[in-house]
Design a protein around this ligand. Sequence first.
Ligand SMILES: [Zn+2]
Length: 262
Amino acid sequence: MIFAWISVLVLIIYLFWRFPQLRKTWYLPKRNGFVALMYHHVGIVDNPEEEQFPFTIRPEMLERQILFLKANGYTPISLTDLENATRAGRTSIQKPVMLTFDDGYQDNYTHLFPLLKKYNIPALIFLITDRIHSPGYMSWPEIKEMQESGLVRFGSHSCSHRRLRSLKDEEIFQELAESKRLLEEKLNTPVTAFCYPYGAGGFDKRVRPQVFKAGYLFDFSTKKGINPWPWKGKSTLRRAFPRGGETLFDYHLQLTRGQSKL
Ligand SMILES: [Zn+2]
C-alpha cells in the first residue's frame, strides 16, 4: 500500500517537473481583498522568447480581462478610491481591483487609453520622470490628456529607474522627492503613490521609510499577493502580475490567489 502512495507521489512530482504549465495555483485557498494588478506594455509581441513578451499584454486580451472583471462582480478602483478608503478606514467597495501600469510606455496612450475610455475604467500609471518624452515613452501632452479624462492618475516610478537599494541615502531621497515635485508641478495634483523600480528587490528597510519621508502615502512593489481591504498601509502593497500569453483561467487565479503560477 505504501508503495502505491509513494509511486503516486513520485508521478505527481515528475508531472510538475515535466510540465511547468501544471504549476498553477488553483489548489491554494481563495483570498478576498484588494487586488492591484501590475502591467507594463499594452501591445503585440508575438515571440514568447522575446524579453518583453511577459511584460506585454495584447489589447484584445486586456479587453477580455476587463469584461471578465465586469462579469464577475469586481470593482475597478482608482487611486482616489484607495485614498478615500484608507483615510476613512472603511469602505463599501466590494471586490476592488486596481489596474496599474509601470514605466509610462507610449503604448499606454495608444492602446490602453482607448480601452479605459470605452469601458470607463480607472487606472494608475507610474512614470519615470527622466524618460518622459523619450522614444517609446509618453509625452506631457499625452499624460495631461489622460489625466483630464478623469480616468487616469499618475504615480512616481522614480527619476531614473535605478535600483534604489544600491544608492546612497541622499540619492534615494532625490529620486523620490524630485520625481514627486516635477509630477506635482506639471499635473497640478498631489502625487501620493510610488512604485519601486525592480520591484521585489527594489526596496529594503533603508529605502522604504524614505518613501514616506518624501511625502508618499502608498508604496507599490512586485511582491505577489492580495492586500487587506480596506488598506491600512502597514506594509508595501503587493501586486498580482498578469503576464503576456496567459489565459483567462490564469487571470482568475491572479485575482483570487494573487499569482497564477508558483
Ligand atoms: Zn519599472
